[in-house]
Write a protein that binds this ligand. Sequence first.
Ligand code: FPP
Length: 239
Amino acid sequence: MHSIDYNKLPKHIAIIMDGNGRWATKKMLPRVMGHKAGLEALRGIVKACSDIGIKVLTVYAFSTENWNRPSDEVSFLMKLLVDYMRKETAELHKNNVRIKILGDLSPMPDMTGKEINDALKLTQNNNGLQFNIALNYGGRAEIIKACKALLSEALSKNISIDAIEDTMFEKHLYTEGDIDPDLIIRTSGEQRLSNFLLWQSAYSEFIFPEKLWPDFGKEDLLNAIYQYQSRDRRFGALK
Ligand code: FPP
């Protein structure tokens, strides 16, 4: 294990927690057990990010496409989320974590919405780790939402099309006010973005560990940060 440079930490880490289903299948367990184990892995990673001083952690918990999974798997994920919010919020609050949701909560079951809103309210003034949970989130839907809002703003305030700049657009994204992710990790060896943070990932570094999400722990996170620190980020410019 190499040691990381704590002065050059990525400020924002985003994670696609992939491989829960395969993890369960390998152990001859139902798929949902993979999600349960995935939630345990998530607990460890939130704690690790908070401990090492990461500013923002974003996780892809449920995409707009995940509604197409079998209904018992969807309800299990919703239940897991409610349980997580119920059991974990006090601990997150104690650790000064601020929870934020990226996505459209309107189609969520009432109970899920209530637990989420309670957690948001309780942690809203915390200034430690910002923990973004992407829930019913899709990058394209987010971009369309922002386009509509910006267009309506431009019409009502008489802003000319030529005056539109990216900062005006970003104001209407779920990530409003957040720095873009420096590092995006997708576990399980898959190498795709799957509609995650399409706008925000313009200059992110990508790391694709082979491990399935439930097996991903603090050492793996530190290893990903170590790899990130060896990358040469030029943002389109020359050195
Ligand atoms: C992808 O694995 C994972 C998901 C679709 C859900 C991620 C959710 C969790 C880790 C737990 C719940 C999180 C919260 C905040 C309650 P997959 O099912 O696509 O795995 P596979 O590719 O092996 O089938």
